[in-house]
Design a protein around this ligand. Structure first.
Ligand code: FES
Ligand code: FES
Length: 154
């Protein structure tokens, strides 16, 4: 079957299998930021936006994307780079595998919530699992990203 959709504001016409999931379709077409982990909606690593809202691409059928607007990390590169720098400044990234999904979620949160509290952040981001680095440094990095402040230098 054929779907027409917009990916990062570019119109695409793709042939897909009826049972294909969005993560697979995006990976096949070169969107290298889209990772998969559990493949079952439980880890958040595959998060992209569909019509501006976060969605787990491992669990979204590509057949349902006809006419929709999909955004991957490649489509928000400047913001992603700025947030990634804050994460680096806090020294929280280890393997980095969770980062694309995490960044997509944080950038969605920054559009939805004004000045979120720590509890609101935790609630918004609780679908994204990080197996190596823990979360405290990540929350500090997000706070600095949202407030535009720098990490203290040693
Ligand atoms: S790969 Fe999609 S939620 Fe884990
Ligand atoms: S930094 Fe390795 S899973 Fe998060």
């Amino acid at each position: 079957m054929t779907i027409k959709l917009f990916v990062n504001d570019e119109e695409k016409t793709w042939d897909i299998a009826p049972d294909e999931f969005l993560a697979e379709t995006l990976q096949k077409h070169g969107y290298a930021s889209v990772k998969t982990g559990c493949g079952a909606g439980a880890c958040g690593v595959c998060t992209v936006w569909v019509d501006g809202k976060p969605m787990l691409s491992c669990s979204a059928l590509s057949a349902r994307m006809n006419g929709r607007r999909v955004t991957t990390l490649e489509g928000v590169e400047d913001e992603a780079r700025a947030l990634a720098q804050k994460l680096l400044d806090e020294g929280v990234d280890q393997c980095g595998y969770c980062s694309p999904g995490f960044i997509m979620l944080v950038l969605a949160m920054s559009r939805e919530l004004t000045d979120p509290t720590l509890e609101e952040m935790k609630e918004y981001l609780n679908g994204n699992l990080c197996r190596c680095s823990g979360y405290q440094g990540k929350y500090r990095a997000i706070e600095r990203y949202l407030k535009g402040t720098e990490a203290p230098r040693p």
